[in-house]
Design a protein around this ligand. Structure first.
Ligand SMILES: [Zn+2]
Length: 325
């Protein structure tokens, strides 16, 4: 699949970005980062307007649905955890949510056979690959985006996260872990024309050796290994193959933000800035945004706006082509 192609037609003034779902269902198996248990993940097509919906296949059908929404987030300490009113939870949703956002999907049912999305290789790359294998289709309704109308800023300690008005979705992220191999890294990425797949999707999660040891002593991180995380020990990187990007750490923080912000319930049209930010601040930012009716509005992408639509670079087939097949 060629991810360098641009899927929007710049010559069509009244072109509309349509909602997208998967062309077919697809599954994979993996382990939960914290539980260490094996999990089956299935991604299935969903109707226009459905959004991203998680479904636990190991609990009662009536209690199994968890909408992927900012106001369902119940824990952000190690990863982003969502839950429904019955207390049924799914953890580590952010890397999958990032892949769904980065591939421009609007409507997907995510079935999980346990309390955690499998960690795979610690990045969004394997999920992007699954989506590419399943294919994507345009649906017959315009995509509804969330347009940021004024700057919203949240801060805690020395950390900051903000959203400001912008034509498309872009991110400006800084990480600071002085005295370690991570050190200081900063990056700006505009989410268009396949940039998520090219620039961010393969960046892995990371942890510090002393923290990993403490986590495992506390019975967490049981599925964690050098196969699904970069482990930093002071100025050293333990993984023998090193890094996938020189600045893989800031790219992963950006990937996390893409996933966490997709819990807004749609693609955000605005600029995200994060300084030492993480899952908790990303979620606090969405709470602050939606608490202010003057800070955002729903919108559709037409005309020139189409050129800055989030796009994973995966060509969507029209529904006509699918029904004819
Ligand atoms: Zn992450």
């Amino acid at each position: 699949m060629n991810i360098d192609n641009i899927t929007v037609d710049k010559n069509t003034k009244d072109h509309v970005v349509y909602q997208r779902t998967l062309k077919s269902a697809i599954s994979c198996d993996g382990v939960g980062l914290h539980s260490g248990e094996s999990v089956r993940l299935s991604l299935k097509p969903a109707l226009p307007g459905a959004g991203i919906i998680f479904k636990r296949t190991d609990v009662n059908e009536e209690q199994s649905i968890i909408p992927a929404r900012w106001d369902c987030v119940v824990d952000t300490r190690m990863c982003t955890v969502i839950a429904n009113e019955h207390g049924v939870r799914v953890g580590t949703v952010e890397h999958l949510m990032a892949a769904l956002a980065g591939c421009g999907l609007d409507n997907v049912v995510v079935e999980v056979s346990g309390p955690e999305v499998p960690v795979m290789d610690g990045s969004s790359g394997p999920f992007v690959f699954l989506i590419e294998c399943a294919g994507v289709v345009d649906q017959d309704q315009p995509r509804r985006v969330i347009r940021v109308l004024k700057t919203i800023l949240v801060e805690e300690g020395g950390a900051q996260a903000s959203l400001s008005p912008d034509h498309g979705f872009s991110l400006d992220v800084q990480v600071h872990f002085e005295g370690t191999a991570v050190s200081q890294q900063a990056l700006h990425v505009g989410m268009k024309n396949g940039s998520f797949c090219k620039e961010l999707a393969r960046a892995r999660t990371f942890g510090f050796l002393n923290e990993v040891e403490a986590l495992q002593a506390a019975g967490l991180g049981k599925g964690g290994s050098l196969d699904n995380a970069i482990i930093v020990d002071g100025l050293e990187i333990i993984n023998k193959d090193g890094l996938r990007f020189d600045d893989e750490f800031v790219r992963h923080k950006m990937l996390d933000a893409v996933g966490d912000l997709f819990l807004a319930g749609g693609a955000i049209m605005g600029k995200f800035s994060g300084k030492r930010s993480g899952h908790a601040l990303n979620n606090a930012l969405l709470h602050a945004l939606f608490a202010d009716d003057n800070a955002w509005c729903y919108d559709e992408l037409r005309g020139d706006a189409v050129n800055v639509a989030i796009d994973g670079g995966i060509f969507a087939e029209s529904m006509d082509a699918v029904s004819a097949a």
